[in-house]
Design a protein around this ligand. Structure first.
Ligand code: DQA
Length: 145
């Protein structure tokens, strides 16, 4: 199996009820289900593990655990921590696999403080602004031949 890990940061557990005009009506479990369906239809050997936390510490600890696992890529939506967390950037910098940072919204069209993405300094690529599809697009970006 080819292993992919997906990390979601703070407030993303509230998708579906949270600022739906910006983030859409789908909750995180539905986005996960959609992503699994799309990716499995492309390649049945892809294994996805999804993790969400509102805690910076838990996200950092999870990234540390991933340094010992053989994952093909990490997909991460650090959410607000993207704009604030040097600690998550430092943790991501330990990983040797590709890191795709995703955002549902196009942060470049939003408030100025969202345009600085500290964590993106360690990412291979950033995919944003395409709503719930960004997770599937991020995994596809790694498996398309
Ligand atoms: C977000 C964008 C961030 O600025 C915001 O803090 C989030 C969600 C997105 O997916 O568009 O929580 O990461």
């Amino acid at each position: 199996m080819r292993k992919f890990f997906v990390i979601n940061g703070p407030n993303l557990n509230m998708l579906g009820t949270r600022e739906v005009e910006i983030y859409g009506k789908m909750g995180l479990p539905e986005i996960e289900e959609y992503t699994r369906k799309v990716i499995t239809s492309h390649d049945k050997t892809i294994e996805q593990t999804w993790f969400q936390s509102n805690s910076e510490e838990e996200i950092i600890n999870k990234i540390h655990e991933l340094t010992k696992e053989n994952i093909e890529a990490l997909i991460i939506n650090p959410a607000a921590f993207s704009h604030t967390s040097v600690a998550i950037l430092d943790a991501l910098s330990i990983l040797s696999c590709p890191i795709i940072e995703v955002h549902l919204s196009n942060t470049n069209r939003r408030e100025e403080f969202r345009q600085r993405k500290i964590t993106a300094k360690s990412s291979t690529a950033v995919i944003e602004g395409m709503g719930y599809k960004v997770y599937a697009l991020a995994i596809l970006s790694q498996i398309l031949k």
